[in-house]
Design a protein around this ligand. Structure first.
Ligand code: NAI
Ligand code: MG
Length: 360
């Protein structure tokens, strides 16, 4: 089958890591009999230099017409006079918000994977991490307190501010369905995180998630209060498979989850909407400090491409083949600089891509 992928290399290390991810996809295509057709889309600083805007309407339309979008990273040196003298809505990072909104992406998936081979990067103790851990935070992205009504007033000389946290059952249902879909392709466990002992939105959340769970009898659902979850991620991260949570809790927990893995060059992410079209990108930024030197770690982007195969194209074996190839390469002791340790072999961006291709 043919899949049309809109590819956004972006700025900084973006083009280097995207090149490696495309090499890996092409190898998967050869092995499993698929073709991947790439259409390059301009976004971020490179788009500003060419078109004057971080994301043009035409670029967004191209992304919308694709089967899925693979993104490197955008932005760069704050010292870049052409990009950062512009008002915020015309700067490189505005392209990110515009494409997420334009594609209607309400679900953010952030895996936190600690590979056994990279244990020394993990800030947690050995007895806590065991053979490593692998869970994913499913965060609602377009509702809750970040999008609720807010007001700042002064009453009788006292400054006062109010934020509200609205959710309706349909918003909860659609994000819960994604969490159960994701879990059904993993270890089939969803832990729904809320603050139901205090918040009405959380009580609604818990009820609706329970209803959605009935559609997925093969997946086990548990609930956890958010403050406890923050503790459990550092106390025993191996207990989790899928953590499902609302926007603000997810913002905080997904940052915590990525920090406990200790390696920014390894972490993938996905943003999903109503359709199968998703936006897949590494969790890190454009790393302008190391751009153009063939030293960036392409694995986060390569694992993002694997997520695209799994969640947008339902190509499970193919996604597994990429993830296994990454593990094999780590087993061989091959490392980019960011994950280098004693006794391992230091290689560059291209060589890491080639090694993963070789393993597939
Ligand atoms: P960053 O993630 O780009 O870099 C932080 C540190 O991690 C740097 O020392 C960098 O060299 C290193 N690093 C990042 N990715 C790496 C990789 N694949 N291999 C090896 N080392 C890696 O974050 P920073 O410096 O805060 O932001 C740089 C630019 O990226 C900014 O303009 C920022 O706005 C943008 N950004 C873009 C994102 C996106 O496109 N989704 C997300 C985050 C930041
Ligand atoms: Mg954050």
């Amino acid at each position: 089958m043919n899949y049309n992928i809109a590819v956004i290399p972006g700025d900084g290390i973006g083009p280097e890591i995207i090149t490696e991810a495309m090499k890996v996809l092409d190898q998967v295509g050869r092995k499993f009999g698929h073709t991947f057709t790439y259409t390059e889309v301009l976004m971020g600083g490179v788009s500003i230099d060419t078109t004057g805007e971080p994301l043009t309407k035409e670029a967004l339309e191209t992304a919308k017409a694709s089967d899925s979008v693979l993104l490197g990273a955008v932005g760069g040196n704050v010292g870049h006079s052409n990009w950062y003298s512009l008002p915020p809505h015309l700067r490189p990072e505005a392209g990110l918000l515009a494409i997420r909104k334009g594609l209607g992406l309400f679900c953010n998936l952030r895996p936190a994977v600690l590979f056994e081979q990279l244990k020394q990067a993990c800030p947690l103790k050995d007895e806590i991490i065991g053979d490593g851990f692998d869970f994913v935070v499913v965060r609602e992205l377009t509702g809750g307190v970040y999008f609720g009504e807010r007001k700042t007033t002064v009453e009788n000389g006292i400054r006062k501010a109010v934020d509200t946290m609205p959710y309706d059952e349909n918003e909860v249902k659609r994000i819960a369905r994604w969490a159960f879909e994701v879990a059904s392709k993993r270890k089939r466990r969803v832990c729904s995180v809320d603050k139901a002992n205090v918040l009405d939105t959380s009580r609604l959340w818990r009820q609706v998630v329970k209803e959605v769970a009935m559609e997925y009898p093969e997946v086990t659902l548990t609930d956890m209060l958010v403050d406890n979850c923050a503790m459990q991620i550092v106390k025993d991260p191996t207990q989790f498979d899928v953590i499902l949570t609302e926007n603000m809790f997810g913002d905080i927990l997904s940052d915590e989850a990525s920090m406990v893995t200790g390696s920014i060059g390894m972490l993938a992410s996905a943003s999903l909407g109503e359709s199968k079209l998703g936006l897949y990108e590494p969790s890190h930024g454009s790393a302008p400090d190391i751009a153009g030197k063939n030293i960036a770690n392409p694995i986060a982007t390569i694992l993002s491409a694997a997520m695209m195969l799994r969640y947008s194209f339902d190509l499970t074996k193919e996604a597994d083949s990429i993830e296994n190839a990454v593990k094999e390469v780590l087993n061989l002791g091959l490392r980019t600089a960011d994950i280098m340790s004693e006794g391992c072999t230091l290689i560059g961006t291209r060589e890491m891509g080639d090694s993963i291709v070789g393993q597939i």
